[in-house]
Design a protein around this ligand. Structure first.
Ligand SMILES: [Zn+2]
Length: 323
């Protein structure tokens, strides 16, 4: 599943093409890609055609595109994109249709070329092999804390007070802020985490507590903080949770620089290119290889219908470790 760095790569790639762009045509090729849209394909196409996209915004693994209101009194709306397990958004002109193309948007960018002509139209293709992803038009609601809802790239500097900045699509509003968000509250996260008796990895994957982290970056961060995934969160000292949070941020930032982690050519940027972070993974998918810190063989264990990767020496089982 794409995590924060992989979704940010997609957001950043779309930003220059879609900010201020006009949606000129919408084709729904597979209605399964609208499972989170409240209405049929015609409704989706009707509500999106002729609208102007303000920006590309992300919170954690969630991506949305605020739409300019047609009438000033209209309830604010956004196009929401859930990438699910295998969703991709590709950008191009006259590219051959991708195999699992579900939705196609024709978009007219707002910019002009060097000689003053309008920029050529682009196609935005929603591709999803396993159909867990979805697009939807959703109403925006104000953020609880009044701060900007997510990361919007260059718009944050250009127009920080844009009216849609402190609004979030209703279907994303239960998602917690991600740890790279300036409005993320460390003290609150630490407090929430230390109320949980579950293992610390479950807390890291709980998108209602902290968003953007999935299996890859959870395992990498726990290794960096030398914590076993089943260490009960409520028994971790405050400083340990803060250290883990710091490691989460370091891992996510490094992955962003490398363009995310790509497996099976699935998490790709808008041009279909893969990221390089897989070459820097310390434990995730590294079972049988030596721990980069101590040389012990990394193990892969089944965990909650998924897997966890750890160094048995650096991250001993809670039964064996002391507090
Ligand atoms: Zn080790």
């Amino acid at each position: 599943m794409p995590e924060l760095p992989e979704v940010e790569v997609v957001r950043a790639g779309l930003e220059p093409a879609v900010s201020g762009a006009l949606v000129t045509a919408v084709q729904v090729l597979d209605e399964r890609a609208l499972t989170r849209h409240d209405g049929p394909g015609e409704d989706f196409a009707h509500r999106l055609t002729g609208r102007t996209i303000e920006a590309a915004v992300r919170r954690g693994k969630f991506l949305w595109f605020p739409l300019r209101a047609v009438h000033p009194d209209d309830a604010p709306e956004a196009l929401v994109a859930h990438l699910g397990m295998s969703g991709q958004i590709l950008l191009g002109r006259d590219r051959p249709a991708a195999k699992h193309r579900r939705i196609l948007l024709a978009v007219q960018p707002s910019g002009t070329t060097r000689d003053g002509a309008p920029e050529p139209a682009v196609e935005l293709e929603f591709v999803d092999q396993r159909t867990f992803g979805s697009m939807a038009i959703d109403r925006m609601v104000p953020t609880i804390d009044g701060a900007a809802a997510g990361f919007a790239g260059a718009v944050d500097e250009r127009d920080p007070d844009a009216p849609w900045r402190a609004s979030i699509p209703g279907q994303v509003s239960h998602i917690a802020r991600d740890p790279l968000d300036p409005a993320f509250d460390d003290a609150r996260f630490i407090q929430l985490a230390r109320k949980r008796s579950s293992g610390i990895k479950r807390v890291l994957l709980d998108q209602g507590v902290i968003s953007g982290i999935g299996n890859i970056y959870a395992d990498e961060s726990l290794w960096a903080a030398k914590l076993h995934h089943d260490r009960p969160a409520d028994r971790l000292p405050r400083a340990t949770v803060q250290l883990l949070l710091d490691e989460v941020r370091t891992v996510l930032r490094r992955a962003l620089v490398d363009g995310g982690t790509s497996f099976d050519a699935q998490y790709v940027n808008v041009n279909g290119q893969s990221g390089y972070f897989s070459q820097r993974l310390n434990v995730y998918g590294q079972q049988g290889k030596p721990c980069p810190r101590c040389g012990t063989e990394i193990v892969r264990e089944s965990w909650m219908n998924r897997s966890s990767h750890r160094c048995p020496v650096c991250q001993p089982s809670p039964r064996l470790s002391t507090r």
